[in-house]
Design a protein around this ligand. Structure first.
Ligand SMILES: [Mg+2]
Ligand SMILES: [Zn+2]
Length: 249
């Protein structure tokens, strides 16, 4: 019996170095032209990292330091809006928004303020049904407060604040679509994406950014070790556009 094609497609995008070519959490360190201030921010951030604080905790301390240096919410948002979603990826989002039975989500270890700012200024926020990331908001004093998305104690492959595989699986089970009727296309670059990629099935696809750590983790040895998923290595340029179009022909 011929296998029928899945009826729905779920695109799950990582954000940093996937939808954009920057890392939002390090881009924020370049918020000013004042090299002394940049140097202070970077030195402080590095010392927190060296003392083994988790990434989200380091971001929390960084936002506190920036607040004490009078960086306003407007300045922070305006700085994030300088990050461009590259043209090919924007075209992909526009294309996918017009495809039937297709859903787009983001799963990212950045935060809601950074991601929402960038999506909105490109007019593409409406294309995503959900953005799974660390919740953040400016408090009444203008301090950017960030929380961990959840507490991960079960997955050793993922950081303590975010297991992308768990998020993806919960999203799929809440969407009430039969798993056999769904094909997932997971796009990512980093080691934090490996866990989600590893949980996919035969009808699914992983588009891994060439030259980045996810691509190297998806080595043939690991593929024969259990990953039965279609792996696309991509520069996330026109080659990704060609691949995405091929899914709908
Ligand atoms: Mg990434
Ligand atoms: Zn995980």
């Amino acid at each position: 019996m011929a296998q029928s094609l899945p009826k729905r497609t779920l695109f799950a995008f990582d954000f940093d170095h996937t939808l954009i070519d920057d890392n939002t959490d390090t881009f924020i360190l370049e918020i000013t032209d004042d090299v002394n201030i940049i140097c202070n921010l970077k030195t402080a951030f590095q010392s927190w990292r060296n003392s083994n604080l988790g990434w989200t905790e380091c971001m929390r301390l960084l936002f506190k330091l920036m607040h004490s240096l009078s960086f306003s919410p407007e300045l922070i948002v305006a700085h994030m809006e300088k990050i461009k979603i590259p043209e090919e990826r924007l075209r992909i989002l526009h294309f996918l928004s017009k495809q039937p039975d297709t859903e787009l989500i983001i799963i990212s270890d950045s935060n809601t303020v950074f991601i929402d700012s960038i999506l909105k200024c490109h007019g593409v926020d409406k294309y995503f049904t959900r953005v799974y990331t660390n919740p953040a908001k400016f408090n009444t004093e203008g301090l950017l407060e960030i929380e961990a998305y959840h507490v991960n104690t079960s997955c050793p492959l993922s950081p303590p604040n975010m297991c992308k595989d768990l998020i993806l699986r919960e999203h799929i089970s809440n969407s009430l679509v039969e798993r056999s009727n769904l094909r997932v296309v997971y796009l990512g670059d980093g080691s934090g994406d490996f866990c989600a990629a590893k949980g996919l099935f035969m009808q699914d696809f992983v588009a891994a950014r060439k030259g980045y750590s996810l691509a190297s983790k998806l080595s043939p040895i690991q593929i024969t070790g259990g990953i039965a998923v279609n792996i696309i290595l991509s520069d996330f340029g026109e080659d990704l556009e060609t691949f995405v179009h091929s899914l709908y022909t």
